[in-house]
Each structure stands twice: as C-alpha cells, then as structure tokens.
Design a protein around this ligand. Sequence first.
Ligand SMILES: *[C@@H]1O[C@H](CO)[C@@H](O)[C@H](O)[C@H]1NC(C)=O
Ligand SMILES: *[C@@H]1O[C@H](CO)[C@@H](O)[C@H](O)[C@H]1NC(C)=O
Length: 790
Amino acid sequence: MKFSASLSAVALAALLTDALAAPTWPSPTDDLEELMFQSTGYRTRNFADLVTPCSKSPNMPGRMNAAEWMRTAFHDMATHDIYQGGMGGLDASLMFELGRSQNNSPAFASTFVQLQQFMSSKTPMADLLALAMYASVRACGGPIVPVKGGRVDADTAGLSGVPQPEDPQGTFIAQFARMGFSIAEMVDATACGHTLGGVHSAQHPLIVPVGTAPNEYAMLDDPSQAASKFDAAIARDYVLGNTTNPLVVGPSIKYQRHADFKVFTADRNATIRTLTDETVFRQRCAVSMAKIIDTVPSSVTLGPVLEPYEVKPVRPQLYLAPGGQSLKFIGDIRILANSRAVSSVKLTWSTRSGSAGGEVTGIAAGTGGGFDDSFVFYTFDFNIPTAVGISKFTVVVNDGEIFDNNGEGFPMQDTIIYLPPQSCIPAETDEANMRQMTVTAAKLSSAPGEPTLDFAQKVARTDGVVVPRIVRQSITMNEGVRVGPYTIYEKTIAVGSTLSNRNNFDIVLGDVRDEFKFTMAMGRACAKLSGDDGPGTTSSTSTSTSTSTSSSTTPPPDTSTISTTTTSSSSTTTSPPPTSETGWSSLGCYTDSVGSRTLSVGMGVPDLTNARCQAACRAGGFKYAGTEYAQECFCGNSLASSGAAATSGCNMACQGDSSEMCGGPDRLTIWEYQGGDDTPSPTTSQPSGPTSTPFPGWTKEGCYADSAASRALSYRANIGSEMSNGKCTAACDAAGYTLAGTEFGAECFCSNTIENDHGPASSGCNMPCNAASGEVCGGPDRLTVWKRGT
Ligand SMILES: *[C@@H]1O[C@H](CO)[C@@H](O)[C@H](O)[C@H]1NC(C)=O
Ligand SMILES: *[C@@H]1O[C@H](CO)[C@@H](O)[C@H](O)[C@H]1NC(C)=O
C-alpha cells in the first residue's frame, strides 16, 4: 500500500488530537509552553541551556545544575502535609526557608537565582520549578515528565519537615506518608531522584569525609563523576551489592546516615529490585517525578498536561501606521514539524466585522525545537486598513491543512493595541536610580472606556530572599491625540533600574487586552507617531521584524569608542585601571540572552566602562570581554555559538561614562585581547604557582561569615574554576573594588564594604583553594577576606 505510511501518521495524529483535546490559543500557560518546548534554534527560550549538557555546572567543579534543580523541587514539595488539609507542596516557599538546617545547601539559592529571570506575571516560580524537573531529567536522558501549569507562589515560609539522612526508617515512612507517598512511591522518588548528583563534604562531612572524594563530592551512582545520566544504575548496583552510593555504604553507616539503605529496605528491597530494569525505571520515574511536581497546596488547581501546539502564533503584534489609515501585523507562526514537512504557510484573516480580509503568504524564518519536538517558524508582515480592522485568522499549512484553533480561529483584536515603537525605556537613571519608562497604546475611539497599563514589576526583596516579588499595578493612562480612528494613550512611570528590563505588562480595556509585553524588548527612545516612524524604521522595533533596516535613529556604531585602543603594545603598565586598556580590539556588537550567554562569565563591575570590564576580564585571564545593558560585564575564552554579530542594538551608554556604548538589551559590545602574552596576567607582574600571595597592595583581613542568601561581598567575580587568593584579589582590584574574598575553595567575591551585617568568624575558613592547595580560600559560608591598601 503506497499510502500506508502517511495514512498511519494521519490516523495517529487524529487519535492524539482526540485523546488530548488540542489546546486552544491563547492560554494562560503559553509562556510556560514556550519555555518547555522552544529550547533550541530559532526563538529558543534558553530554559534548558542551564542543564545542557547533563553535567553542566556553572557554579564550580563537583556541582551539577540538573541534580540541583531536581533537589530544589523536592525540598520545596517535601513539606506538603495531607493531615493539615493539604498545606504546602510545590509552591516555591523554599525561597523563604533557605536558613533552615534541613535546607543546608547552596544549591537552592543558585537554582532560584537561575530561574528567577524566567518569572513573569504568567509564570510563577513554582511552575518554573516543575519545568526545572522536566528539563533536568530530560537533559540527562531520562523520561518525559509531564508538566502542568497553574501553580501559585507562596508569599511566606511554609511548614518544615524535609527528610534528613539521620532520620530513622520509620520517620522516613511517616514523612513520605504525610506528603501523600506510599512506601513504594517513597522508594521510587528516592531512587529516581538519586540517579543524578551526589553528596558534598561541605554539608555532610559525616557521609563524605573531607579529602575522600574528588571535588569533595561523592556521586550517588557514578563513582567516576564522568558518565552521569538518568539511569537505573543506582538500583542495579545496590541490588548487585557493588554500589558506591555514600548513602548506602561507607562512613554513613557508622553515623546512621545511610539514608538510601534505610529507604530501600523499607519494603525489604521489593521496590528497588523492580527498578533495576531500565524500562521499568523510566516508566516509574516519569510517574514519580510528576507526583513530586504535582503535589501542590490543596487550594491550587493544576491545568492540563502541556503539549506543544500544532500551530501557535508567537507573540503577534499590531502596529499603527502614521496617519492611522492602516495597521501592520508582524509576527511568527510556529508549526509543529515532528511528522510533517512544511513547505508553505498562509494566513487567512477576517475583518473586525468577521468578513473575509485576505490571504497572506509567510516567509520561512527559522527552525527550532526542544528535547522531543521540532518546529518551523514562518514570519508574517502585512497591512490591514484600519477601516476594516482584524478580528481573527486561520492558518493553512502546505496549501491543504487548515488550522482554525479548535473552530474559533486565532483571535486578534484591534480595539486596544500596544505601540512598541512609541514606547521606550531609556538607559539613563535618575538620582533615585530609577528609569522613566513610557508605554504608549492606541484605542479605537469608538470603543467605550479608558485603557489601563497593567504592570507586573519585579521588585527585589529586602529580606535576603533571592527571588524578586512580582508587584502588579493597574495604572491609568493619559489620553492624547487622535490618529485616524484611534485615540493615543500614554503613561510614563519610574521603574527601578536593576530589574527594569525584566518586567512585563498588559494594556487593558475592559475585558480586552493586548497582553504580555516585555520591557526587555523595549527600545531606548520613543518614536513619535506623527511622521514616517512606522515599524521597521526605529531602533525600537520588536525582534520579529525580519524586514527591518537600520535607520537614522540608530546610534552610531560601537567602533566610535575604540579610537584610543592599540593592538601593538605588548609592554605592561603599572598605572591603575585607565580609561582604555591597551591590547584590546573591538569585535563589534553581538547578540546575547539571559538563558544562553555569549560570554559565560559574569563580573560585577561598578560604574561600568569598556576599559573597566576589559581590566576585570584580563585579571581573570580571559580573552574576550563584553559589556551589556549599560552596566553588565561578561568575560570568556570563547564566544558561544548562540551569539551572533548584530547590526544594531548596542545603543546603551555605559553607566560609568555616557560617551561610550556598553551593549544594549540582549546585546554585547565585545572586545578581544590581542596584545601581549597569552598567559593570564594582570597589569603588573604576578607571581605564578600556588602561593598565598595576593595581588600587590592587598593585605589579609581575616575570616568572615557569609551566606548565599545575603552576601557579605555582593559582587561575584566568576573568574573560572581555578581559584587562588592572587587571582581573586587581582580580579577585584581590576574591577575597582577595595575588598575581595574567597569562599568554598572556588568562589571569589568583591565589594567596597562588608554588607548585610556579616562579621569576623573565629573558625570555618578551612578549605584549600582549588588551584592552590597550599592556601586557604574560605570555607562553607566563610570568606577569606582581603583588603586593598593598608
Ligand atoms: C557493578 O557491577 C555491574 C555489573 O558487573 C557493572 O556494570 C557496574 O559498573 C558496577 N558498578 C560499580 C559502581 O562498579
Ligand atoms: C537489601 O539489599 C541490600 C543490598 O543488596 C542488602 O544488604 C540487604 O540485606 C537486603 N535486605 C533485605 C531485607 O533483603
């Protein structure tokens, strides 16, 4: 039968559609869906980058993000109490509970720091923790853990009761019963959770004595620390009797901390034996990890399991053309291409009154996908006379397959529209360190009511909690001029500078809204509506305008800032960081994104200039330096492939010198070190090898207390995995700080004062520097602090 292959594919698709009831667009979980499924290629949201590959550790050797993300979800959920009406569960309350001894690990704070950038009004931290479970399991080769949306973040600490290694077997059974887990489910959750990651000496010296494991880290089913994957080895080796799991064998037994043994023997090894089979292991782990993330407070109702849309509009946007006679539709349509070759995509739109508007052909824009899905994207860019308007559209794939959004058409209202070119957030801050953000919208004058700006602002918490609070405000907008059938509304508000590019907002008119706009995508200067300033001719057009060209409003290219740079000098200088570093040449403007950094190492450099960033990177021995968003400095020895040369967008003045450009939103001004030798050396000769010599001019202050939630020295200098006090003090010196501190053998922090009420500690600075074993680099929650000058 020559049609059998395609027939069965169609039949399968029909079956799946029936069984799962394809989602109708838009849905409250649309952003979560993108974060989950668009993780590579065109329009990647970069969520999975932080756990890909499985062994990824942006923190330090011997840590593994995938394992830390899974642990974070479990610790957050583990306080659920079915006896108290189902209180607690996956609700991100862990962010308030990091001071408890049961949560004694830097993993949780770093997970929250990594995930908070993806938070929005539609995507709470608790849903991100669920997604983190999916991404970390899948990135390590595990099964697909089904994810639902709809969780609600707690606003205070919850109950306590995370199981601890020293708990007796009966306590484990009672704790898991309190969470709603049977004994078999307890064994599943423990085995599946412990197939990744391990135990650190720093937190558990009675389980992994200091000096007994590589990187002071004993993995639970991977003694070589080289082949970590989501597999049944943890069960297989346990049953075979050759396990190296430190929670089963070794010193933990003497101290009654052999937790996995106590769990696995709770039903006389019955469940763990069945888990030795890889197929059974994967099936049961998918169910078990889903139970962990779906254990939520009883007040929360979760939505359906997220599936990728077959066809999904990706943030389409209407623009109002000058004079108000036409609207422009710009946006991408995403097509699921798992079992479908896409050769054409058309869009058929209906007017405001519902009659036929026209048919438009899209242009192939790119391909992308996720762990199990692939997509093609088509871009649309067409005009709509404002006299007729638009109400909805359908999508036609390959001239035959019609997608009508479950019979409703894809809705596209033109009553209230956000105007991206006429909205902006400037780089300059005022005395209170705020930016003046202007949001502009157009309302059909014939529609009743006044629009409001529904602003979801991330506000840093003052209580040491690393996850910002999302504060929602409904703000009245000011009526302005009439343009064609539309009335313009505008509002300028002050937003805090630190998180000002991480917010989102809706424009609301009654029950109609043009929603989910990101401040990250806003331009620096607002265009005026009068004049020829439609989309594609200002610096603030959205990234979806593939047809846009550079224009007269684009600031001059970055090359204007390198006139003083030389590449010929190889001599060193002993002067303090000057306004321009020698030996660096400009590579121009590059793209960047928070989830996938083009340069991997972030530096805290106050009063940023390109020269200060270059000096900080040079001190760390890096080849590339890049400035971004006026105030951020990144270093690296290679440019990630996700970064590409950009023709525009590096248009933000440096915070420390408004005459030069320091990147822009998602844009890096990149420099390459070409002068001098290739060995890392700061501006003066630096003793090599493992000595405890700090950078010249620095002296030791002593041992200080610190905590991940509230740092004693708030600027982290990620100068690579090889740490010594010399490298750290050199980095802080180059970045212009007067205090430096090394911690946990591998971390370097800088500041000008000891912050957050931390003080000297009489003990605890006892970890060797990982690149200089003869010297001490702090300890767990302890900093070896150095000071510039005497
Ligand atoms: C335990 O034995 C099995 C079977 O010989 C082997 O595949 C596995 O690698 C061993 N595990 C360890 C930790 O040595
Ligand atoms: C369970 O398995 C472990 C590891 O193989 C073994 O030491 C223990 O004796 C077994 N316990 C029971 C009750 O079978």
